[in-house]
Design a protein around this ligand. Structure first.
Ligand SMILES: O=C(CO)[C@@H](O)[C@@H](O)COP(=O)(O)O
Length: 232
């Protein structure tokens, strides 16, 4: 059962090393089957070059294994939490990509410096501040999901408009209508994070794109009245 879902999840996971978003066993991608109340996720600690379709684990929204012999990713509770609370997302991708992790460790939002960023979202890419108990052993994964939701609520962001976040002191999470779009958004996040870092190296006083320009550029790309972003 769930062969198609496992295959979708497997293919998305195998994109991560190809896109230079992970090394060794870092990161994980999941794909949801809302009709059956389950999602497929990478098994924990398995190197990508050894991963097989049948290794993909099927879990329910309480992170209980429904099908599979291997232990699901250590981030499973975070994926489950987001699927439960955000009913429109179909896939989630977590990586440890270098530049996104650097911004997450610096606990900094990524400013919207240019049209590359503005093509994909008009808001600054948010960084959820680490919580006191985040780094203490325990229900870490559940806490990360709550951290993400709290950050979106505080910044009044919608997961349909902003499909990515930096979890402070940890790394990037991205999502989308399916697992492949979640991986695409992870790559966009890493590229924008790298460009923003280099922009600040060249000019520490670099200014964000003016809101009017962001609005014009975003609507040209996504259609009239598509603009939603906060002022920059
Ligand atoms: O960020 C973390 C753990 O904090 C994970 O993404 C990474 O180490 C991969 O763990 P899994 O192999 O998915 O259990």
């Amino acid at each position: 059962m769930y062969q198609e879902l496992k295959r979708e999840c497997y293919e998305a996971n195998m994109q991560l090393p190809k896109l230079d978003l992970v090394v060794y066993t870092f990161g994980n991608v999941s794909a949801v089957d809302r009709a059956n109340g389950v999602f497929a996720i990478k098994p924990s600690g398995v190197p990508y070059e050894e991963l097989k379709v049948d290794d993909i684990v099927i879990v329910d929204f309480d992170s209980k294994v429904v099908e599979g012999k291997m232990r699901p990713s250590s981030d499973t509770k975070t994926h489950a939490f987001l699927y439960k609370h955000w009913e429109t997302i179909g896939g989630i991708c977590h990586t440890h990509s270098t530049y996104a992790v650097a911004w997450a460790q610096a606990i900094k939002d990524i400013p919207n410096f240019g049209t590359t960023h503005a093509d994909h979202l008009t808001a600054d890419i948010p960084c959820a501040p680490p919580t006191a108990d985040q780094l203490i052993e325990g229900d870490y994964e559940h806490n990360t999901g709550q951290q993400i939701l709290d950050c979106f609520a505080e910044k009044k962001l919608s997961p349909q408009e902003v499909e990515m976040i930096l979890v402070g002191s940890h790394g990037p999470f991205a999502w989308g209508k399916d697992a492949s779009k979640a991986v695409y958004n992870s790559k966009v996040l890493e590229e924008v994070a790298k460009m923003a870092y280099l922009t600040l190296q060249i000019n520490p006083n670099a200014a964000r794109l003016k809101d009017a320009l962001v609005k014009k550029h975003y609507e040209r790309k996504h259609g009239k009245d598509a603009y939603y972003g906060q002022g920059c």
